[in-house]
Design a binder for this molecule. Structure first.
Ligand code: GDP
Ligand code: CA
Length: 337
């Protein structure tokens, strides 16, 4: 079974780890490809950082800090401390000493002319994540955030990381332009992974700045709408709030309520026809919501053409996460029939 996921960092990583556990324990013969958001990528101290790719690679490779959810276990921050003593900015981004090695290797390879997809493959030779990790694009794409400027009536833009990490998403966002998207191409294998899949899963990743970013890459939405595979998503919103992080600040910026139902309607049903002259169209066949808090959602979505089920959605440990993955695959199987 060829399973393709469209993922951001922590939610994507934990879900994929659960999927691998489900595959191993059920004996399913699965070939898993994860298309990863690279809109979070940033150049810092001359190094190219890919936070979402690294979160997934470290999590599946056994090198993640479980406590923080990002970066390496047994980490020290000596280099950052020394940079701070020189007064070098930024000081708000946590960049550990072990983690730095990854960014140095990546930057060196990119500088030698290798595309990000090839660099990712090379890094994965060490970490052996058990899945194929594909950057959504080999081209440089950065999510920026438009906020109000200091002078009345003005606006300014900052990198997503500065908005998210430094300001903790506290500056009201007006828009999330994906800089470079007009010329970027999908990464090698990305569209094929969607069109050739038996199942496409959307992990509970941020609908705006993780999955929403991947959907903006040329051809991705069309590939999702055209694939013969069922497309099933898992809600990152449980009981009207993100389980972790600040996805509510992202959703409100694009006018979507922070509810499992509103996110499903925002993704939209694949069955709905696209009005002539309109862009896009829906991408979902199925949608899992949390049974403790959102058991009314499946009924409310019934008329949209999105088949929704309520199951426990907290990824408290690998076994609980594997059960979510099993439920997503079961819904996909029913939709295929
Ligand atoms: P990021 O790139 O590290 O921000 O991670 P993602 O975009 O992959 O995922 C972030 C989303 O995961 C957040 O919106 C959370 O609400 C969601 N999330 C985290 N833990 C859980 C969980 O246990 N269950 C569910 N349903 N969602 C979760
Ligand atoms: Ca991210």
């Amino acid at each position: 079974m060829r399973i393709t996921l469209l993922a951001g960092g922590i939610g994507g990583a934990r879900f994929t780890r659960g999927l691998l556990h489900h595959v191993a324990t059920s004996g399913l013969d699965a070939d898993i490809t994860v298309v990863v958001n690279t809109g979070d990528d940033i150049r810092m101290f001359g190094l190219q950082l890919c936070p979402d790719l690294d979160s997934i690679m470290y999590t599946l490779g056994g090198g993640i800090s479980e406590e923080r959810g990002w970066g390496r276990e047994d980490e020290t921050f000596t280099v950052m401390g020394e940079l701070g003593k020189y007064g070098v900015e930024p000081t708000w981004f946590g960049l550990g000493d072990r983690d730095l090695a990854t960014h140095i290797v990546r930057t060196q390879m990119l500088g030698a002319g290798y595309p990000l997809s090839a660099v990712t493959e090379a890094l994965c030779a060490r970490w052996q994540p058990g899945v194929t990790l594909l950057p959504m694009s080999d081209d440089r794409l950065e999510t920026h955030v438009v906020v109000d400027g200091d002078e009345p009536g003005t606006r300014r833009a900052l990198h997503f990381q500065e908005w998210w990490v430094r300001h903790r998403a506290s500056l009201p966002a007006l828009a999330f332009p994906l800089v470079g998207v007009d010329v970027a191409k999908p990464g090698p294998g990305v569209l094929e992974a969607i069109s050739g899949a038996d199942v496409v899963l959307l992990p509970p990743s941020n609908p705006v700045v993780s999955v929403g970013t991947i959907l903006q890459v040329a051809g991705v939405r069309d590939a999702l709408r055209a694939t013969a595979a069922p497309v099933v998503g898992v809600s990152p919103i449980v009981g009207g709030a993100p389980v972790r992080g600040m996805a509510d600040a992202c959703l409100s910026a694009i006018g979507v309520d922070t509810t499992a139902e509103a996110v499903a309607r925002h993704y939209g049903p694949r069955v709905a026809a696209v009005p002539v002259g309109a862009d896009g169209g829906g991408i979902l066949d199925g949608w899992l919501v949390d049974d403790a808090t959102d058991s009314d959602v499946p009924g409310r979505l019934a008329s949209t053409g999105i088949a929704s089920r309520a199951v426990p959605l907290m990824m408290t440990d690998v076994v609980a996460t594997a059960a979510i993955c099993a439920a997503a695959l079961a819904l996909a199987e029913d939709l295929r029939r």
